[in-house]
Design a protein around this ligand. Sequence first.
Ligand SMILES: [Zn+2]
Length: 373
Amino acid sequence: MTRSRFRLGKVFGVPVRIDASWLLIFVWVAWSLAASYFPGMYPSWSTELTWLMALVTGLLFFASVLLHELGHALIARSQGIPVKDITLFLFGGVSNMADEPGTPREELLMAAAGPLVSLVLSALLGALRLLLRNGSQPLAALTLFLAGANLSLALFNLIPGFPLDGGRVLRAVLWAARQDLAWATRWASRVGQAVAYIFILSGMVRAFLGDWVSGVWIAFIGLFLENAARRAQLQLTLRSLLDGHVVGEVMNRDCQILPPQLTLDVLVGQFLLRGARRCFTVGTRDNILGLLTIHNVRAVRREQWPTTHVSDVLTPLADLRVVAPETPLWNALSEMTAEGVNQLPVLEDGKLVGMISRDNLLTFIRSRSELGV
Ligand SMILES: [Zn+2]
C-alpha cells in the first residue's frame, strides 16, 4: 500500500517526509491548544494571541518529534546503519533504517537515543520555564507546554512494547541475554501486544465511564500498537523464510521485451489483453530503456493510443530501482515496499536478465511452507 506522503526536505542529510495523517494530528494539537488549553490557563489572552501561540506551539511540538527521530537516525548512522528517511505520521515519527541493527548493543543505543533526546529537551525547556518565571507570559506558557509534551513523548515511547522504543530496548536486552534475535523479537512483540490490550481495555473502560474522548483515543492508540506488534512479528517470520535466498533463484527469466516504436493500441490488443502479464520491458536485451505497466497505458486517453509509442509513456530505467541476481530476496522485497511497486527489473552488467515480482516471492514462500523446507 502506498500512502500519501510529501517530502519536506533534508536534515543532516536525512530526507524528512510527512504522511498525510500527520496533518490531522497537527490540526488537532493546534486546535485543542487554542480552544481549551490556553484559554483555560490564560483567560486574559486575546483570541489572536491564543491562536498565534497555538500555531507556534504546534509547530515546535512537531520540531520536537523530528528531533526525537533525528536522535534515532543519527545514532543509527554512526553505527553504520544507513537511514533511508524519517516519516512523521499520526502517532509521531518513524525512522526507516535500510537494515536491522547487527548487535544488541547497536539496537540498544539506537532505541534509547530518541527518548533520551526528548528527555534532555524536556529538562532544558523546564529550566527555561523557571528562568522565564517573571518574564513574558506567552513564552513561559510555550516552554511549559513543550517541556510536558517532550516528557510525554519520552515516556510513551519508553513503554516496553515492541516496536516502540522501549520495546526495542527490551528486545536488545533479551537478545543480549540469549543471543537469539528471533526469540527476542517474539517476546518483545508479545509484551507489545499485551501492552496494547491494556490500552484498548482501559480506553473502553474510560469511555464506558463517560469520558468518551480520551477513552476512544486511548483505545485507538492500543489498536495501533497491537497492529504494529503483529506486523513486526509477521515481518520477522517473512524474513526468516526469505533469508539466505537471492533474486536469481525466483526471478522470471522469460521477460517479454517490446520494441520502443510499438504503439499503445497494438500493445493492448496483442499483448495486454491476450496474456496474464501486466508488465513489460521496452528496448532490447542489451539496452533496456525502461518498464511499461498497465498504469502507464491508463494515463493516456484512448483516442491517442494509435499515435502513442511505448517509448513515450514508459518509466525510464534511470527512475527505477533495479536489483541484481545476487540481491537477497529480503532486500528486493524491502525495495518494492519502499518504492510502492510490484516488480523490479533484474540487471547483470547493465543487461536485463529477468524480472522479480511480489508474485514470485509469494509463490516461493507458499512452496516453502507447503513443502516444510
Ligand atoms: Zn523513538
